[in-house]
Design a protein around this ligand. Structure first.
Ligand code: ATP
Length: 303
């Protein structure tokens, strides 16, 4: 999920690339059961939204990362560093880059920010280093960084199955305005999935319903098809989920649901103006709110 900002010649031959790395929400998410390999089988409709981090990549002798948010790791634990090191190793050349991340997407929020940064790093360094790898080749590397990462290399709306890495792009037409609400604390994806009871099974009915709803291009139909069966696990642990959803609905959202493993929730609005109105009504101390637009079609855009 990248917006291509600028590839420019800098003094002394340094080249620089500035990327927007977008967040995602899950319009539908169903955990279908646990697999023998320890992962969960899921079905989900992933949707890019225009809340973004800003990633600057510059050619350099060595790899380095500067992160605007001091709470985030800037070393080998950062997905950006892991992505860059993995690509460099796969390329088999002593390549370097000075990378800077301006973080705006809340961390461990169910919005896929880290995965998006990782995908942008692969995409951007492929270009900066002149590797000319295909998207499929980058995606094969991306999946080793996280099941969500390949999505961010593709178009803005996709059906994901398997462990979340098997992607089918969904028709791009039809954009929606959403309001994201985050309670300003993180929630670990690993912890949430760890609480899925043994023997849990579900069918992908809600996900199929969402795919149908998207065909209508109606915000009301999409709002009516929102679903996330992880809510049953997270809501008892995190009372804010129910409060944020109620606040969105009371403020006029057509429907509201948790994104990914939470704790961010989002509501569907009739229009972007309506989303901004809802954001103003929901805005309260302790929560962060954004009015956003969904992104569809080609997501790597030269601005
Ligand atoms: P998902 O929806 O894919 O589960 P998330 O939005 O819940 O993702 P992220 O924001 O991607 O979660 O972060 C998850 C963990 O990854 C955090 O504990 C964070 O410390 C670590 N992390 C490593 N690199 C990054 C990065 N560049 N941005 C955000 N988190 C990162």
């Amino acid at each position: 999920m990248l917006g291509f900002r600028a590839l420019s010649k800098r003094p002394r031959g340094t080249r620089r690339l500035v990327l927007r790395t977008l967040a995602k929400v899950n319009l539908a998410l169903e955990v279908l059961g646990k697999r023998d390999d320890g992962y969960h089988e899921i079905a989900t409709v992933m949707q890019g939204v225009d809340l973004s981090d800003r990633l600057t990549l510059e050619t350099a002798d060595a790899l380095s990362l500067h992160v605007s948010d001091p709470a985030l790791p800037a070393g080998d634990d950062n997905l950006i560093v892991r992505a860059a090191a993995m690509l460099r190793e796969a390329a088999g050349a002593p390549l370097g880059a000075r990378i800077a991340l301006e973080k705006r997407i809340p961390v461990a929020a169910g919005l896929g920010g880290g995965s998006s940064d990782a995908a942008a790093t692969l995409w951007g360094l492929n270009r900066l280093w002149g590797l000319r790898w295909s998207r499929a080749r980058l995606a094969a590397l991306a999946v080793r960084l996280g099941m969500d990462v390949p999505f961010f290399l593709g178009p803005g709306r996709a059906l994901a199955t398997g462990r979340g890495e098997r992607l089918k792009p969904l028709p791009g037409a039809g954009g929606y305005a959403l309001v994201l609400v985050n309670p300003n604390f993180p929630l670990s994806t690993r912890e949430v999935y760890g609480r899925v009871p043994a023997g849990w099974t579900a069918e992908a009915r809600g996900t199929r319903r969402m795919v149908e709803a998207l065909r209508t291009r109606s915000a009301r139909a999409v709002a009516g098809a929102l679903t996330n069966n992880l809510e049953a696990i997270v809501e008892p642990m995190v009372p804010a989920i129910r409060q944020m959803k109620s606040a969105l609905l009371a403020a006029g959202a057509l429907g509201a649901v948790m994104s990914g493993s939470g704790p961010t929730v989002f509501g569907v609005a009739r229009s972007y103006d309506h989303a901004r109105q809802i954001r103003r009504r929901v805005n309260r101390a302790g929560w962060s709110c954004w009015a956003v637009r969904t992104v569809s079609g080609a997501v790597i855009r030269a601005l």
